[in-house]
Design a protein around this ligand. Structure first.
Ligand code: GDP
Ligand code: MG
Length: 440
């Protein structure tokens, strides 16, 4: 994957005391190939590599004591900038309701995402109304109604014999009367962009003056998604993008290029079929996910939704200060089980990307997590706070007590150590960025 290739490149840089221009050139060649293999737009790759190279051969980097780290930081910065820099939030109309038009090709995920976005808004104490304007696909109206029922969000529909513009206008009126502050309009798609589809969307746009026209694109289609976004944007004023099926996109080309090619911000990403699998898009977090530094902040946000807030705040502090102990780890493993698919969660923990690779092919199962829990439970409180004290005889005792092997104990300790190192880097980086007045 892109992450593992970039990490391999940076691993080489990290090992070096000083970097020469040739080292940087070689690394940039590798980054370039990795990005192209990830199906990132060629022009985007060229510009990106050039920017990083220029900054990386500067004296500030070559003469620094940790040049490898500096290069990683530059790549991290530039990846973040490439994806838009800062988070782009959903607009809110000065006078409610805020109208959001959902557009895109058939199968991109418009209807599902309309429901998911509704759920996000409900969690933010808003009162959305979903509107069924796909009058062409036979079961489309029903699909939205079923979603609405599942989510307990009202759905406005007028059957398939009324023009979409009329349905949407009536829906906005309905929202005014019933106090719905967001109106999410699900529209029809086509297999390909055609004039009829565009005309209908333009009509809707003119009649509704939406605060947002969100283009839903399937990330799994890579550069096709970027091309689709470009042509939609040429004909319609798109205010933001939603990339769906990022969970199934192993390459990442669309996520990395689409912002830069279209100039439209990515507002949300779809991470699965489940209705809560929609996340606000944070360019900085995505960049660190790609670089394998884990996505601690998203993890913490997820945790905040299902764990009590005080605990999550404590956890964040510990992450930032790199004071995370095995006790915290144990505590977290228990909670992690409630957060979602284990694979996805592990990918968000710093250092765990590597653990996943080591287990490559092997599914990270609840059973394995149980073994890790058993190992930590067999440690004394001192051992959990200060794993340094765990010598050979303690390891044998822990293995015996947990019904595991000394190798497994060693592996866990090594992984925990790696994780702590990652956290130190992460918090160091966050501090540096903080000093520059940027948000980390
Ligand atoms: P529409 O034609 O644009 O309205 O697309 P739908 O909303 O009907 O979605 C098409 C398919 O994509 C459905 O099977 C969805 O469950 C699936 N889908 C949508 N978003 C995601 C996502 O983020 N991840 C995954 N894995 N599937 C998704
Ligand atoms: Mg649909």
């Amino acid at each position: 994957s892109l992450a593992s290739k970039l990490q391999a490149t940076f691993q080489k840089l990290r090992g070096k005391g000083k970097l020469t221009e040739d080292d940087v050139k070689q690394a940039m060649r590798e980054v370039r190939i990795a990005l192209l293999e990830a199906d990132v737009n060629l022009k985007v790759v060229k510009e990106f590599v050039e920017k990083v190279r220029e900054r990386a051969v500067g004296s500030e980097v070559l003469q620094s004591l940790t040049p490898g780290q500096q290069v990683i930081k530059i790549v991290n910065d530039e990846l973040t900038a490439l994806m838009g820099g800062t988070q782009s939030r959903l607009a809110q109309a000065a006078k409610p309701p805020t109208v959001v038009l959902m557009v895109g090709l058939q199968g991109a995920g418009k209807t599902t995402t309309t429901g998911k976005l509704g759920l996000q808004l409900v969690k933010m104490q808003k009162r959305p109304l979903l509107v069924a304007c796909d009058v062409y696909r036979p079961a489309a109206i029903k699909q939205l109604q079923v979603l609405g029922e599942q989510l307990k969000i009202p759905v406005f529909a007028m059957g398939d014999q009324v023009r979409p513009v009329e349905i949407a206008k009536a829906a906005i009126e309905h929202a005014r009367v019933h106090g719905n502050d967001y109106v999410l309009v699900d529209t029809a798609g086509r297999l390909h962009i055609d004039d009829q589809l565009m005309q209908e969307l333009k009509d809707l746009d003119e009649a509704l003056h939406p605060s947002e026209t969100l283009l839903v694109v399937d990330a799994m289609t890579g550069q096709d998604a970027v091309n689709v976004a470009e042509s939609f944007h040429q004909q319609l004023q798109i205010t933001g993008l939603i990339l769906t099926k990022l969970d199934g996109d192993t390459r990442g080309g669309a996520a990395l290029s689409v912002r830069s090619v279209t100039g439209c911000p990515i507002k949300y990403v779809g991470m699965g079929e489940k209705l809560d699998a929609l996340e606000p898009f944070h360019p900085d977090r995505m960049a660190s996910r790609i670089l394998g530094m884990g996505d601690v902040l998203t993890l913490i946000e997820k945790a905040q939704q299902s764990i009590d807030e005080k605990k999550a705040a404590e956890m964040e502090k510990k992450f930032r200060r790199a004071e995370f102990t095995l006790d915290d780890f144990l505590d977290q493993l228990g909670q992690v089980r409630n957060l979602g698919p284990l694979d996805q969660i592990l990918g968000m923990l710093p250092g765990m990307g590597k653990m996943k690779q080591q287990l490559s092919g092997v599914e990270v199962s609840d059973k394995q997590i149980s073994r890790v829990e058993a190992i930590i439970r067999s440690m004394t409180s001192k051992e959990r706070q200060e794993p340094k004290v765990i010598d050979a005889s303690r390891k044998r005792r822990i293995a015996k007590g947990s019904g595991t092997t000394v190798q497994e104990v060693n592996r866990l300790l090594k992984q925990f150590e790696d994780m702590q190192k990652m956290m130190k880097q992460f918090s160091g980086m966050a501090k540096k960025m903080g000093k520059k007045g940027k948000k980390g």
